[in-house]
Design a protein around this ligand. Structure first.
Ligand SMILES: O=C(O)CCC(=O)C(=O)O
Length: 332
């Protein structure tokens, strides 16, 4: 006979069992993932975002040469990243390069989702991945020596590869991004992993900037919170422990051209987008050359084989879709 305790236990293990691979596409993954965010607080009304600046848009060649220029990091910036697991850097892109990126991303989103993400609010988190192989201008941003060099310098590794690009559009009214760290997502056997999160417009607080808990080791406080694949229990569990421990959270606006970099053990979240403009960002993840895929990727790793075709669990993660972005190959 099955007791009510057995039933309860099997329900609990079903909610926490993430061992099966993800069998839908990446947009379905994001729809599922944002459903895990606790949005219980009373929602404020939507406000108008400031107009985007009217500035000259650079040519493709100008963007390529801008992003080939190195970005000097001081030792204290590298030490800040090491200690806190994130850093926000200003002027990584020029204002024109950001607005050019936004126009391109909006066109791609329109084409894929048949909506204008800025005009038709559907409160949805839209995502596109692996755009760079077929889009030369996106390639200039994603494989840029500048983002590759900053990533390698922050991780203090000699070379980095691309894991994937990720176009993210949090539409007007879309709720929170749940608390998480990316170690959970990327099926890589290394912690030398960083995501460059590049906003495609300024992000005031009301738009829900990506926000970071720090220092890096606060992830240890929430080791005991079990991930649940339905409901908002995990997000609430992390949030409660962070509040009880007075964990610091950096939730600050992004100015035009500012880019954040977060380590795969950094816990991050984002508030609801309370503006009438989509919060568009390009998030590229880079990892230490030589890393391998873990032996047993889970459903939280989403459609990872799309990012590394023909690479199997346990293999070195180095498909043709994971080029080395830094150092740049000598073209002579
Ligand atoms: O854009 C967001 O709200 C979440 C993005 C994120 O978590 C990431 O890029 O690691």
């Amino acid at each position: 006979m099955t007791s009510s305790n057995d039933n309860l236990n099997s329900k609990i293990s079903d909610v926490t069992d993430i061992s099966k691979p993800w069998d839908k596409n990446n947009q379905a993954w994001w729809d599922w993932y944002v459903s895990l965010a606790d949005n219980d607080v009373k929602e404020d009304e939507i406000i108008n975002a400031d107009p985007l600046p009217d500035i000259a848009i650079p040519s493709d060649d100008e963007v390529v040469s801008e992003l080939a220029e190195p970005y000097h990091l001081a030792d204290d910036q590298i030490n800040f990243f090491k200690k806190n697991g994130f850093i926000k850097l200003k002027k990584v892109f020029s204002p024109g390069a950001v607005l050019k990126l936004r126009a391109e991303l909006i066109n791609l989103l329109k084409e894929e989702f048949k909506v204008d993400p800025d005009k038709e609010a559907h409160d949805r988190f839209l995502s596109l991945e692996m755009i760079w192989p077929d889009n030369p201008i996106l390639r200039a941003y994603v494989l840029s020596p500048r983002l590759g060099q900053i990533s390698a310098d922050l991780l203090e590794v000699p070379a980095v590869r691309l894991y994937h690009d990720n176009v993210l559009a949090k539409q007007a009214g879309c709720g929170r991004t749940p608390w998480h760290f990316d170690d959970h997502h990327f099926p890589l056997d290394t912690n030398d992993v960083v995501t460059a999160w590049a906003p495609a417009q300024p992000i005031p607080l009301e738009m829900g900037p990506l926000s970071f808990a720090y220092p890096l080791d606060v992830h240890e406080l929430v080791n005991a919170v079990t991930f649940e694949k339905t409901g908002t229990g995990y997000d609430r569990g992390v949030s409660d422990i962070f509040s009880k421990n007075n964990v610091s959270v950096n939730e600050t606006p992004f100015e035009l051209g500012e880019v954040s970099f977060h380590h795969n053990l950094n816990f991050h979240t984002a508030s609801r987008n309370r503006t009438n403009r989509s919060r568009v960002a390009l998030a590229n993840t880079y990892y230490r050359d030589g890393a391998r895929v873990v032996n047993a990727p889970t459903m939280v790793s989403g459609d990872w084989q799309k990012f590394m075709p023909n690479v199997k669990p346990g293999d070195v993660a180095a498909s043709p879709l994971n080029p080395i972005c830094w150092p740049v190959k000598d073209k002579s």
